[in-house]
Design a protein around this ligand. Structure first.
Ligand code: ADP
Ligand code: MG
Length: 933
């Protein structure tokens, strides 16, 4: 079993709290506190303020009434209950007899039914809580033997927790509230009998001394067992031991338990920090202890089961018993005296008179929180004991505790902590010193560098200042020069400004002049425009007139075309008649050889035929002229519509040319002028101009010759005077297109004359015309060239030569132009050629197939018979009919598909002569008949 040595002897520091004094009368009864010098720096805390009044620090006294036991019941009504409880007012009425009754007030009044738990909570729990907070405390049970002190305080209740008394419950409470890591709880269990202290946990230990620490006043019992508690089982175990030892001791000593005091001392040690207590520390302690000192709170709780309070005489003690009772009473009497002294606030408290009061010295009435439970029995038999017990309690209620907190510094932990901090601070200081040294070195180094650079800077600055001063001087002189220049420039600027002003003035004058000129120009322009408009109006008027002339010309042309048609039809009729006559003549001639009778008739018929031939020739010439005049009228009409009069195009009979309007007048005017020139200058001189070096003169000379050539009377003479040679030479040598066109027109006019045609051919005219046709694309030139060749086609004697010189090919080649007038001339030439050829062949002067076929004319005719205008189509149809008369053409006509054309002409041609000729050819040719069938 452990002894008190297990508890570390901590240096106790303590300070008494200020005396607690409430208001009112009670404050007077405050107990004077034992004053002791403080040997060491001390600290204290005010006691937990349960209300903050003196009452809260007063010894709390509760009365507990034991239930009636068998003895009480045995006495029955003789000794009725002398006690009446008033728990609601916490009062107790003690009845002496029927007349005398006294009432006492206590802190709590427990009836016989009060539970152990409630008694604990009211009486002991506040003290236990105070002890847990570090204050000493005492719970005592006082009362007559057999009234329930041991029941209230020491009952174990191991099996029935509700039976547990204050000792078990207090330890239970402490164990559940403390921390086993930092806190410790231990118990000593003692018995005080006949002023001897015996260790109930180790009964061999008797006469244990009671020692009071001179410095702290702390009471200790050296040698008494102090057993550290681990759990509740341990508690039960120890308390059982103590109970058993108490009982055994009493039996051995032949005493009763009621004659001894049982004292359970619970030692509690808890760790604590006192941060929050700073304000309560005195200045001197604050200087010594840092805020977070490791502290331990040491406190103890005394639970005392006092010996019975009954009087010895009454209990019947004798001899030893009396001695015993003296001792018992000594401690109790001493306790009573101390309580009285404390209650009366006496300057002397006789605590040293008994061991009990010495043990209780630091736990009762002094520095501890104290509760007293006074147990009484109900029976009036024990009235006086009950009364004295109650009075004891009443006096105890007046005792005021001055409790104190006991805290001790844990110097070992503190020392270690301080040592650690000193180490840290030392190393930190060393580190700082090292850093400072390094910094100082660096600063020294920097200082040296700065001094060096400062010196350099000063040198450089001096040099720069010198340079700047030099520059300043230079700049000043430059500024002066500039200022001078500026002055000069300013003078020049003023001069220039004056000049500009003058110029501006001039410009303004010029502007005004310009505006005047513009106005006059505008006027002139307006006048001119008006004149031009007038001229345009005049021209428009002339144009309209020209258009009117053109329409009348068209009318005239249609009349002429009608006349031409009529003439052609009559010619055709005459031709067929001549043909018939020729056939008849042949027959007659054949008959004449055998029949002389018919000879005369034949002769006269031949004469008739000759006459008819001549007549026909005349008619053909007339037709040709009509055709030419028609073509010219067409050409003139087209030119006139463009406001242009072309001279030198006078093909054909002049009588048919320009018979209307202005053209006629212009032409007649021109012709008149030309005739005049001709008369004045003479033909040889006009022809000589054809060889002029001047192109303009040459062109005009050709135009004059062409106009002269349009007149029948001039045609032979021009050729005789060498005009044809000159014209053909121009065709051959000139590169000028106008010369080509006008010359071709002149040659065409000359080619109208039958005797000229042979000369033209002999002089290579056909070849030259073919050459011009191949070179040009000008439709007018082509038309005139085609007209010239067409005229030459009308002379059957020249056919072979014409073919040889490329005339036919040239004629067909001009088809490429696609121009209606050109194609009309081509068709006319082909028709002329076919007709004359047919006549020669029918007369037997030539044989063989047509010269036209060799040059591809038949093929072209078949392909284009109906493609062009009526007149062109008519020429092609007539050419077909003439070619069909020649039996030698039969094969070619069939091969080229011409038979189909012949059939079409025979059926659809608008002209009777064409239809008749086609029919005749088809009917007379057996090959055609076969083909048709
Ligand atoms: P004391 O210790 O004061 O001499 P005890 O505690 O020994 O008295 O009690 C005497 C008897 O009375 C015991 O048998 C006890 O169980 C009983 N007793 C005492 N108080 C009570 C009570 N409040 N309720 C029930 N029984 C009680
Ligand atoms: Mg007892």
């Amino acid at each position: 079993m452990a002894t008190g040595g297990g508890w570390a002897p901590a240096r106790s520091v303590e300070r008494h709290g200020a005396p607690r004094g409430g208001g009112g009368t009670r404050s007077k009864s405050v107990a004077p506190c034992p004053r002791r010098p403080s040997p060491s720096p001390a600290r204290s805390r005010p006691a937990p303020d349960n209300g903050g009044s003196a009452d809260s620090c007063r010894v709390r006294v509760a009365i507990r009434l034991r239930p009636k036991n068998s003895e009480d019941l045995a006495y029955g009504s003789d000794f009725d209950s002398c006690v009446e409880l008033q728990p609601e007012s916490k009062r107790l009425k003690l009845k002496k007899n029927n007349w005398i009754c006294e009432s006492y007030k206590f802190d709590e009044v427990f009836s016989e039914n009060a539970s152990q738990k409630r008694v604990y909570e009211v009486v002991a729990k506040p003290v236990v809580e105070s002890v847990l907070e570090g204050y000493n405390g005492t719970v005592m049970a006082y009362g007559q033997t057999g009234t329930g002190k041991t029941y209230t305080v020491g009952r174990l209740g191991k099996d029935d927790p509700s039976e547990r008394g204050i000792m078990v419950r207090a330890l239970e409470h402490i164990l559940s509230s403390m921390s086993f890591e930092t806190d410790r709880v231990a118990i000593s269990y003692l018995q005080l009998y006949l002023e001897s202290v015996q260790d109930l946990l180790d009964p061999e230990k008797t006469n244990i001394p009671i020692v009071e620490d001179a410095k702290t006043g702390e009471i200790s019992l050296p040698g008494a067992s102090i057993v550290e508690i681990k759990d509740l089982e341990h508690v039960f175990h120890l308390l059982q031991i103590g109970e058993a030892n108490r009982h055994a001791a009493n039996t051995k000593m032949n005493t009763e338990s009621s004659r001894s005091h049982a004292i359970l001392i619970i030692h509690l040690q808890r760790s604590s920090r006192i941060k929050e207590e700073n304000s309560s520390l005195s200045n001197d302690t604050h200087d010594i202890f840092p805020d977070d000192l490791p502290l331990v709170l040491k406190s103890k709780l005394l639970i005392v089961d006092l010996a019975g309070s009954e009087r010895i005489d009454k209990s019947g003690s004798e001899g030893h018993m009396i001695e015993e009772a003296k001792f018992i009473n000594l401690s109790l009497t001493s306790l009573g005296k101390c309580i009285n002294a404390l209650a009366e606030n006496s300057p002397h408290i006789p605590t040293r008179d008994s061991k009990l009061t010495r043990i209780l010295r630091d736990s009762f009435g002094g520095t501890a929180r104290t509760s007293l439970v006074v147990t009484i029995g109900p029976s009036s038999r024990h009235y006086s004991e009950t009364s004295s017990t109650i009075m004891f309690g009443q006096r105890a209620m007046k005792v005021v505790n001055t409790i104190k907190l006991k805290e001790e510094v844990d110097y070992e932990t503190l020392y270690k902590k301080v040592e650690r901090e000193v180490d840290q601070l030392t190393s930190e200081m060393e580190r700082q010193q090292k850093l400072m040294k390094n910094e100082k070195m660096q600063l020294d180094k920097k200082l040296k560098e700065s001094e060096g650079s400062f010196h350099d800077l000063r040198m450089t600055s001096n040099i720069r200042i010198e340079n700047l001063e030099k520059e300043k001087c230079q700049l000043e002189s430059a500024v002066k020069t500039l200022m001078r220049d500026l002055e000069e420039e300013r003078g020049q600027n003023n001069l220039l400004s004056e000049q500009i002003a003058e110029l501006e003035k001039l410009v303004n004058e010029n502007k005004q002049q310009q505006q005047l000129e513009n106005l006059s120009r505008m006027k002139i322009f307006t006048d001119t425009t008006k004149e031009h408009e007038k001229e345009m109006e005049e021209l428009l008027r002339q144009l309209q007139e020209e258009r009117r002339c053109s329409s009348s010309l068209k009318d005239r042309m249609s009349v002429l075309q009608q006349e031409l048609c009529d003439a052609q039809s009559s010619t055709q009729l005459q031709e067929s008649m001549a043909h018939e006559l020729e056939k008849k003549l042949t027959k007659v001639t054949e008959e004449f050889t055998s029949q002389e009778v018919i000879y005369e008739e034949l002769k006269s018929t031949q004469e008739k035929v000759q006459q008819e031939m001549l007549h026909r020739q005349g008619l053909e010439d007339q037709i040709l002229r009509l055709k030419w005049s028609t073509s010219d009228i067409c050409a003139e009409e087209s030119k006139t519509s463009y406001g242009m009069v072309r001279s030198g195009s006078g093909l054909g009979n002049a009588a048919f040319v320009s018979k209307s309007g202005k053209i006629r007048e212009a032409l007649s005017g021109q012709r008149g002028t030309i005739s005049k020139i001709f008369e004045e200058v003479g033909l040889p001189n006009v022809l000589a101009l054809l060889k002029s070096e001047d192109l303009d003169v040459q062109i005009h000379a050709v135009k004059v010759v062409a106009n002269l050539a349009a007149e029948d009377i001039n045609q032979e003479r021009i050729v005789e005077e060498g005009g044809l040679d000159a014209l053909l030479s121009l065709l051959e040598t000139s590169e000028n297109t106008t010369i080509h066109r006008v010359t071709a027109g002149a040659v065409a006019n000359l080619a109208m004359n039958g005797s000229n045609q042979g000369v033209i051919m002999n002089k290579g005219g056909a070849r030259l015309l073919a050459n011009v046709a191949s070179k040009t694309e000008d439709p007018q030139t082509l038309r005139l060239v085609a007209g010239a060749i067409a005229n030459l086609c009308g002379n059957e004697k020249l056919h072979l030569m014409l073919k040889r010189d490329g005339g036919i090919k040239a004629l067909l080649g001009m088809v490429r132009s696609g121009h209606a007038e050109v194609i009309a001339q081509i068709a006319r030439g082909i028709a002329n050629f076919a007709k004359c050829e047919s006549r020669v062949i029918s007369q037997g002067h030539r044989k063989g197939r047509s010269l036209l076929i060799e040059d591809g004319v038949l093929t072209w005719m078949v392909a284009n018979s109906t493609r062009f205008s009526h007149s062109t189509t008519r020429h092609i149809e007539l050419a077909f009919c003439h070619l069909a008369q020649n039996e030698d053409n039969t094969c070619d006509i069939i091969a080229s598909g011409g038979i189909k054309e012949l059939l079409r002409i025979s059926r659809e041609s608008p002209r009777d002569d064409a239809r008749n000729l086609a029919k005749m050819a088809l009917d007379s040719n057996p090959a055609f008949l076969r083909e048709v069938q």
